[in-house]
Design a protein around this ligand. Structure first.
Ligand code: KIV
Ligand code: NA
Length: 268
Protein backbone atom coordinates (compact mmCIF):
# COMPACT_ATOMS: atom_id res chain seq x y z
CA UNK A 1 0.00 0.00 0.00
CA UNK A 2 1.59 3.20 -1.22
CA UNK A 3 0.50 6.58 0.02
CA UNK A 4 -0.28 9.25 -2.50
CA UNK A 5 2.37 11.75 -3.52
CA UNK A 6 1.68 15.08 -1.81
CA UNK A 7 2.26 18.66 -2.88
CA UNK A 8 5.00 18.77 -0.22
CA UNK A 9 6.71 15.75 -1.84
CA UNK A 10 6.75 17.61 -5.17
CA UNK A 11 7.97 20.80 -3.49
CA UNK A 12 10.98 18.92 -2.12
CA UNK A 13 12.11 17.74 -5.52
CA UNK A 14 13.74 21.01 -6.61
CA UNK A 15 16.92 20.11 -8.55
CA UNK A 16 16.29 16.41 -7.88
CA UNK A 17 15.19 13.49 -10.02
CA UNK A 18 13.00 14.93 -12.82
CA UNK A 19 9.30 15.07 -12.00
CA UNK A 20 7.12 13.09 -14.42
CA UNK A 21 3.64 14.35 -15.15
CA UNK A 22 0.88 14.14 -17.74
CA UNK A 23 -2.69 15.31 -17.98
CA UNK A 24 -5.59 12.86 -17.67
CA UNK A 25 -9.33 13.50 -17.69
CA UNK A 26 -10.92 10.06 -17.49
CA UNK A 27 -10.70 7.07 -15.16
CA UNK A 28 -9.18 4.49 -17.55
CA UNK A 29 -6.46 6.81 -18.89
CA UNK A 30 -5.64 8.11 -15.42
CA UNK A 31 -5.20 4.54 -14.13
CA UNK A 32 -2.43 3.96 -16.69
CA UNK A 33 -0.74 7.31 -16.07
CA UNK A 34 -0.86 6.62 -12.32
CA UNK A 35 1.65 3.79 -12.82
CA UNK A 36 4.33 6.21 -14.02
CA UNK A 37 3.59 9.81 -13.05
CA UNK A 38 4.46 11.75 -9.91
CA UNK A 39 1.46 13.95 -10.47
CA UNK A 40 -1.54 13.92 -12.82
CA UNK A 41 -3.02 17.20 -13.97
CA UNK A 42 -6.74 17.34 -14.65
CA UNK A 43 -6.07 20.24 -16.99
CA UNK A 44 -8.65 22.63 -18.34
CA UNK A 45 -7.13 21.60 -21.69
CA UNK A 46 -9.96 19.05 -21.47
CA UNK A 47 -12.13 21.80 -22.96
CA UNK A 48 -10.19 21.54 -26.21
CA UNK A 49 -9.15 17.87 -26.02
CA UNK A 50 -12.38 16.24 -24.80
CA UNK A 51 -15.11 18.77 -25.54
CA UNK A 52 -13.81 20.23 -28.80
CA UNK A 53 -13.83 23.91 -27.76
CA UNK A 54 -11.45 26.33 -29.53
CA UNK A 55 -9.88 27.37 -26.22
CA UNK A 56 -10.04 26.65 -22.48
CA UNK A 57 -12.15 29.75 -21.85
CA UNK A 58 -15.59 28.02 -21.86
CA UNK A 59 -14.57 25.35 -19.32
CA UNK A 60 -16.67 25.40 -16.12
CA UNK A 61 -15.94 24.53 -12.50
CA UNK A 62 -18.54 21.75 -12.72
CA UNK A 63 -16.66 20.13 -15.63
CA UNK A 64 -13.39 20.28 -13.69
CA UNK A 65 -14.99 18.73 -10.60
CA UNK A 66 -16.60 15.86 -12.56
CA UNK A 67 -13.34 14.99 -14.32
CA UNK A 68 -11.39 15.44 -11.08
CA UNK A 69 -13.69 12.88 -9.46
CA UNK A 70 -13.17 10.45 -12.36
CA UNK A 71 -9.39 10.73 -12.12
CA UNK A 72 -9.35 10.39 -8.32
CA UNK A 73 -11.52 7.25 -8.54
CA UNK A 74 -9.05 5.25 -10.60
CA UNK A 75 -5.72 6.43 -9.15
CA UNK A 76 -3.96 5.83 -5.86
CA UNK A 77 -0.29 6.85 -6.19
CA UNK A 78 0.09 10.12 -8.06
CA UNK A 79 -0.79 13.54 -6.71
CA UNK A 80 -3.85 14.79 -8.57
CA UNK A 81 -3.85 18.50 -9.41
CA UNK A 82 -7.04 20.07 -10.78
CA UNK A 83 -7.02 23.28 -12.86
CA UNK A 84 -9.19 26.16 -11.71
CA UNK A 85 -11.01 27.22 -14.89
CA UNK A 86 -11.22 30.71 -16.37
CA UNK A 87 -13.53 32.96 -14.38
CA UNK A 88 -13.46 30.88 -11.19
CA UNK A 89 -10.64 32.64 -9.31
CA UNK A 90 -9.63 36.00 -10.85
CA UNK A 91 -12.30 38.19 -9.27
CA UNK A 92 -11.07 38.10 -5.68
CA UNK A 93 -9.08 35.93 -3.33
CA UNK A 94 -12.38 35.03 -1.62
CA UNK A 95 -13.85 33.79 -4.89
CA UNK A 96 -10.69 31.78 -5.51
CA UNK A 97 -10.83 30.23 -2.03
CA UNK A 98 -14.52 29.37 -2.34
CA UNK A 99 -14.05 27.59 -5.67
CA UNK A 100 -10.70 25.95 -4.84
CA UNK A 101 -12.23 24.60 -1.62
CA UNK A 102 -15.13 23.14 -3.64
CA UNK A 103 -12.64 21.41 -5.90
CA UNK A 104 -10.72 19.92 -2.96
CA UNK A 105 -13.84 18.90 -1.04
CA UNK A 106 -15.77 17.44 -3.97
CA UNK A 107 -12.91 15.63 -5.74
CA UNK A 108 -10.49 14.77 -2.94
CA UNK A 109 -7.60 15.99 -5.09
CA UNK A 110 -4.39 17.20 -3.46
CA UNK A 111 -3.87 20.59 -5.11
CA UNK A 112 -5.23 23.11 -7.59
CA UNK A 113 -3.48 25.02 -10.37
CA UNK A 114 -4.21 28.55 -11.51
CA UNK A 115 -2.73 30.77 -14.22
CA UNK A 116 -0.99 34.10 -13.75
CA UNK A 117 2.00 35.74 -12.12
CA UNK A 118 2.35 38.98 -10.19
CA UNK A 119 -1.38 39.75 -10.39
CA UNK A 120 -2.31 36.36 -8.86
CA UNK A 121 0.41 36.20 -6.18
CA UNK A 122 -1.81 37.61 -3.43
CA UNK A 123 -4.47 35.00 -4.24
CA UNK A 124 -1.92 32.18 -4.20
CA UNK A 125 -0.76 33.26 -0.72
CA UNK A 126 -4.36 33.54 0.52
CA UNK A 127 -5.16 29.97 -0.61
CA UNK A 128 -1.93 28.39 0.66
CA UNK A 129 -2.27 30.05 4.08
CA UNK A 130 -5.77 28.53 4.29
CA UNK A 131 -4.78 24.97 3.46
CA UNK A 132 -4.98 24.74 -0.31
CA UNK A 133 -1.77 23.71 -2.12
CA UNK A 134 -1.42 25.76 -5.30
CA UNK A 135 0.58 25.07 -8.45
CA UNK A 136 1.37 28.19 -10.48
CA UNK A 137 1.39 28.54 -14.25
CA UNK A 138 3.38 31.23 -16.09
CA UNK A 139 4.65 31.98 -19.59
CA UNK A 140 1.92 31.15 -22.08
CA UNK A 141 -1.30 31.17 -20.06
CA UNK A 142 -3.97 29.77 -22.40
CA UNK A 143 -6.91 31.22 -20.46
CA UNK A 144 -5.66 34.65 -21.62
CA UNK A 145 -5.72 33.65 -25.30
CA UNK A 146 -8.19 36.41 -26.17
CA UNK A 147 -5.78 39.03 -24.84
CA UNK A 148 -2.61 37.37 -26.13
CA UNK A 149 -4.11 37.03 -29.64
CA UNK A 150 -3.30 33.34 -30.00
CA UNK A 151 -1.25 30.50 -28.55
CA UNK A 152 2.18 32.04 -29.07
CA UNK A 153 5.50 31.27 -27.40
CA UNK A 154 6.54 33.90 -24.85
CA UNK A 155 9.91 35.40 -23.99
CA UNK A 156 11.55 34.90 -27.35
CA UNK A 157 12.93 38.43 -27.13
CA UNK A 158 14.93 39.45 -24.08
CA UNK A 159 12.76 42.52 -23.60
CA UNK A 160 9.95 40.21 -22.42
CA UNK A 161 12.10 38.44 -19.83
CA UNK A 162 11.82 40.76 -16.80
CA UNK A 163 8.00 40.58 -16.69
CA UNK A 164 7.91 36.78 -17.01
CA UNK A 165 10.69 36.32 -14.44
CA UNK A 166 8.82 38.63 -12.06
CA UNK A 167 5.68 36.50 -12.57
CA UNK A 168 7.52 33.28 -11.77
CA UNK A 169 9.23 34.71 -8.70
CA UNK A 170 6.04 36.31 -7.37
CA UNK A 171 4.05 33.06 -7.52
CA UNK A 172 6.91 31.02 -6.02
CA UNK A 173 7.40 33.53 -3.20
CA UNK A 174 3.65 33.55 -2.55
CA UNK A 175 3.89 29.89 -1.59
CA UNK A 176 3.11 27.89 -4.73
CA UNK A 177 4.62 24.39 -4.34
CA UNK A 178 5.57 24.19 -8.01
CA UNK A 179 5.30 26.14 -11.22
CA UNK A 180 4.24 25.15 -14.73
CA UNK A 181 6.30 27.06 -17.30
CA UNK A 182 4.57 26.90 -20.67
CA UNK A 183 5.83 27.80 -24.14
CA UNK A 184 8.65 30.17 -23.31
CA UNK A 185 12.04 30.34 -25.02
CA UNK A 186 14.43 27.65 -23.78
CA UNK A 187 16.95 30.02 -22.18
CA UNK A 188 14.19 31.85 -20.31
CA UNK A 189 12.81 28.56 -18.96
CA UNK A 190 16.31 27.65 -17.80
CA UNK A 191 16.69 31.06 -16.14
CA UNK A 192 13.32 30.73 -14.36
CA UNK A 193 14.37 27.27 -13.15
CA UNK A 194 17.61 28.74 -11.73
CA UNK A 195 15.84 31.69 -10.10
CA UNK A 196 12.88 30.11 -8.31
CA UNK A 197 13.30 27.75 -5.38
CA UNK A 198 10.31 25.54 -6.23
CA UNK A 199 10.29 22.90 -8.97
CA UNK A 200 9.50 24.12 -12.46
CA UNK A 201 7.40 21.84 -14.68
CA UNK A 202 8.14 22.52 -18.32
CA UNK A 203 5.86 22.23 -21.33
CA UNK A 204 7.45 23.74 -24.42
CA UNK A 205 10.12 25.04 -22.04
CA UNK A 206 13.49 23.41 -21.30
CA UNK A 207 15.01 20.03 -20.52
CA UNK A 208 16.61 21.75 -17.52
CA UNK A 209 13.20 22.24 -15.84
CA UNK A 210 12.72 20.20 -12.66
CA UNK A 211 9.99 18.18 -14.39
CA UNK A 212 8.02 17.90 -17.59
CA UNK A 213 4.34 17.70 -18.49
CA UNK A 214 2.48 17.04 -21.74
CA UNK A 215 -1.17 16.78 -22.64
CA UNK A 216 -1.75 13.01 -22.70
CA UNK A 217 -3.96 12.95 -25.79
CA UNK A 218 -1.37 15.02 -27.69
CA UNK A 219 1.55 12.73 -26.89
CA UNK A 220 -0.56 9.66 -27.70
CA UNK A 221 -1.25 10.99 -31.19
CA UNK A 222 -4.98 11.27 -30.55
CA UNK A 223 -5.38 14.99 -31.27
CA UNK A 224 -5.18 16.58 -34.70
CA UNK A 225 -2.67 19.40 -34.97
CA UNK A 226 -0.32 19.75 -32.03
CA UNK A 227 2.10 22.52 -30.98
CA UNK A 228 5.81 22.29 -31.84
CA UNK A 229 6.68 21.30 -28.28
CA UNK A 230 4.68 18.05 -28.40
CA UNK A 231 6.57 14.85 -29.05
CA UNK A 232 4.15 12.09 -30.09
CA UNK A 233 5.03 8.85 -28.36
CA UNK A 234 2.15 6.89 -29.87
CA UNK A 235 -0.32 6.86 -32.74
CA UNK A 236 -3.62 6.13 -31.04
CA UNK A 237 -5.66 7.88 -33.74
CA UNK A 238 -4.48 5.26 -36.21
CA UNK A 239 -5.11 2.43 -33.74
CA UNK A 240 -8.67 3.68 -33.16
CA UNK A 241 -9.27 4.13 -36.89
CA UNK A 242 -8.07 0.57 -37.63
CA UNK A 243 -10.31 -0.89 -34.91
CA UNK A 244 -13.40 1.08 -35.95
CA UNK A 245 -12.84 0.24 -39.62
CA UNK A 246 -12.43 -3.51 -38.89
CA UNK A 247 -15.63 -3.42 -36.81
CA UNK A 248 -17.55 -1.66 -39.58
CA UNK A 249 -16.37 -4.21 -42.15
CA UNK A 250 -17.34 -7.18 -39.94
CA UNK A 251 -20.78 -5.76 -39.18
CA UNK A 252 -21.49 -5.25 -42.88
CA UNK A 253 -20.22 -8.78 -43.70
CA UNK A 254 -22.27 -10.32 -40.85
CA UNK A 255 -19.03 -11.64 -39.30
CA UNK A 256 -19.70 -9.87 -36.02
CA UNK A 257 -21.08 -10.95 -33.61
CA UNK A 258 -19.81 -14.51 -33.91
CA UNK A 259 -20.79 -17.44 -31.70
CA UNK A 260 -18.41 -16.45 -28.93
CA UNK A 261 -20.04 -13.02 -28.58
CA UNK A 262 -23.71 -14.11 -28.30
CA UNK A 263 -25.71 -15.87 -25.58
CA UNK A 264 -26.98 -19.41 -26.14
CA UNK A 265 -30.10 -20.83 -24.50
CA UNK A 266 -29.44 -22.25 -21.02
CA UNK A 267 -29.78 -26.06 -21.01
CA UNK A 268 -33.25 -26.97 -19.56
O1 KIV B 1 -4.61 22.35 -19.00
C1 KIV B 1 -3.50 21.81 -19.18
O2 KIV B 1 -3.37 20.71 -19.76
C2 KIV B 1 -2.32 22.50 -18.66
C3 KIV B 1 -0.98 21.92 -19.01
C4 KIV B 1 -0.69 22.17 -20.43
C5 KIV B 1 0.08 22.44 -18.12
O3 KIV B 1 -2.47 23.49 -18.00
NA1 NA C 1 -4.53 24.35 -17.97
Amino acid sequence: QTRRVTAQDIRQRKSGEPIVSLTAYTAPMAAIVDEFADFILVGDSLGMVVYGFDSTVPVTLEMMILHGQAVMCSTRKALVVVDLPFGSYEESREQALRNAARVLKETGCGAVKLEGGVRMAETVRFLVERGIPVMGHVGLTPQAVNVLGGFKAQGRSKAEWPAILADAEAVAQAGAFSLVVEAVSEPLAAEITRRVDVPTIGIGASVTCDGQILVLDDMLGLTGRVPKFVKTYGNLAEAVRNAVSAYADEVKARQFPSESHVYSLKPE
